[in-house]
Design a protein. Sequence first.
Length: 358
Amino acid sequence: MSEEGYEMEYVKEAFDTNWIAPLGKNIDEFENEIKQKTGTPNAVALISGTAALHMALKVCGVGPGDVVLCPSFTFSATANPIIYQGASPVFIDSDIKSWNMDPVVLEKAIKEYRPKAVIAVHLYGLTAEMDEILHLCKKHHVTLIEDAAESLGTLYKGIHTGTLGDLGIYSFNGNKIITTSGGGMLIGKDREQIEKVRFWATQSRDEAPYYQHSELGFNYRMSNIIAGIGRGQLKVLDRRIQKKKEIFEYYKKHLADLDGLEMMPVIDGCSPNYWLSCIYVTGKIRPSHIIEALGENNIEARYTWKPMHLQPYFSKYEFIGEGVCEKIFENGLCLPSDTKCTEEDLERIVRIIRSLWR
């Protein structure tokens, strides 16, 4: 069956049974199928990855006056929920080997700030150095939350990202490797924590014969309709990862001889989902030149994430490191990576990029 066939089957079932609210078979089964796929024991489907991260911070007790360590080199959705909880982010520099949080800098920050939690991100489907990060969090008794929004299907030493820490989140936003158009999932080892989030996310409705609320609630539960889309998409996750890998390998092969151009790093033990194929360029040809050349041919490429400590809103918060993430931002570039890219599309993209080196 085609991807659309799976999706439409589950969505039609939701309409046929009149379960279109944040409740129903598709939600239950989507959570179960994520658990089966990743090996996590507990999961709750929510309206976004950001909501999942917000609930993760809340359920591990983050509140006003607390410090949460997170990478500077990430999307703002990693940092925003820290502010929602009244806590303060401290931004950690990247390791050039992985583009993710530098464990050496993290250790320094843990000792200095005594954080309530650490958020480790697996950027572009690339894993962070999780052995070191896990060791540090365990040693210092700090909750570890994995922001695996971009890395569903990525493995670290054979284990799914999102399942290594105390809590993990996935995103099913429209640009992710599988999508529900918008949506997310919180997973975790502690069943009581996940059930508490399920309660909060359903407006904290007490068990009573009428509407009663003893705690602040949130309207964060995923709808049964989009959960059906997620179920259909999940069936083709492995196929998507294979296609993403083929795109990465094509760029790697056909751009390898260009001076000053490197593909994004893949550390030992990482089996990425290759969500985006990124490059790092030094020398006369800059990311802006490549973006402009592709844009003139109606092909979109994007800069890598601008570090949080350079963002106007977040610039007031502390940053720890030597500016490695700034160099990645200055020299990094995300190439077209959609699974619908044909070999003809990739050949055209490579031809335009190579023309800049002549």
